[in-house]
Write a protein that binds this ligand. Sequence first.
Ligand SMILES: Nc1nc2c(ncn2[C@@H]2O[C@H](COP(=O)(O)OP(=O)(O)O)[C@@H](O)[C@H]2O)c(=O)[nH]1
Ligand SMILES: [Mg+2]
Length: 351
Amino acid sequence: MVSFFRRKKPEPAAAEPSDRPPSEVAETPVQDAPPVAAAETAPAAPGKPGWRDRLRGSAFARSFGGLFSRHPKLDDDLLDEIETALLTADVGVAATTQLVESLRKRMKAREFADANALLAGLRGELIALLQPVARPLVVDPSAKPFVVLTVGVNGVGKTTTIGKLAHRFKDEGRSLMLAAGDTFRAAAVAQLQAWGERNGVPVIAQGQNADAASVAFDALQASKSRGIEVLIADTAGRLHTQTGLMDELGKIRRVLGKLDPAAPHEVLMVIDGTTGQNALSQLRMFNAAVGVTGLVVTKLDGTAKGGVVFALAREFGIPIRYAGIGERPEDLRVFDAEAFVDALLPESLGH
Ligand SMILES: Nc1nc2c(ncn2[C@@H]2O[C@H](COP(=O)(O)OP(=O)(O)O)[C@@H](O)[C@H]2O)c(=O)[nH]1
Ligand SMILES: [Mg+2]
């Protein structure tokens, strides 16, 4: 298997923070192209094949697939169809209304020569919605370690995302450590340990039913004494009660703060892209409890509707750091607004 991560040379530990974003943005996940060619690809090139291949099956891509060939005429019917397609793809009522009304206004002002021009307009508006939140995670090298607290409901892909992040950070030449903070299920600890072993990353664990905050505390202490650069803590997604879970996350946060007032430096919430509008209430809840600073939207491959990304961007404006587009270690992409939108829309734009 050819991993596009291999293109990135490990950077020295002392690299300036400003060294990071370009290397992140320059990542061009072209699965079938030779790694050398992929490395030359310009950043944020529209229509990145890796994205389109994976998102082709999404409800968004499917509902837009035949839309413009079925409705080649520029009229209100076309706008109605677009509205239905956006709602079907889980973009949500508020974001859909905003998008369609803007297109309607522009159509009435005769801004679009034909349906294809309107499609280009839609593409531009979708990208504009996402651009403000497409902000990559930047590891602050002055934080020792940079602590990432991963949160989200059960089954969304937290542990898998941590494994993928471990793979990515190792590839960048960083030292890291993982904390098995989902002590609710024994399998969760074993799952994180397996990812740790696969990537040669130490995992701090105390076993099932241990106090999750105590695991996090231990892990931060161990990371500090070993001079580790990045610590990623896993957490439970389900406890006996929802209040119990929010209290536990709050406690983990406080305990980390005792060892380093700036920790956690990132509260990364993982959201399942197939969840639909329920993702909004999940984010509202976790944000109120622990203050979410970044998002990962997973399972955008396959049948995910994808549209919830637009609703999240519009309602919260919280940075979307990564997109999960498969189960393999390399299937975590830095979120790229243009690549994402182009993967969802039909190719008739020429990209
Ligand atoms: N297709 C797909 N599956 C994923 C992705 N991320 C995670 N999964 C799968 O989702 C399931 C739950 O993941 P897990 O990491 O255990 O979720 P957690 O309970 O939040 O820790 C596993 O079967 C993962 O392989 C993704 O981006 N795409
Ligand atoms: Mg888990």
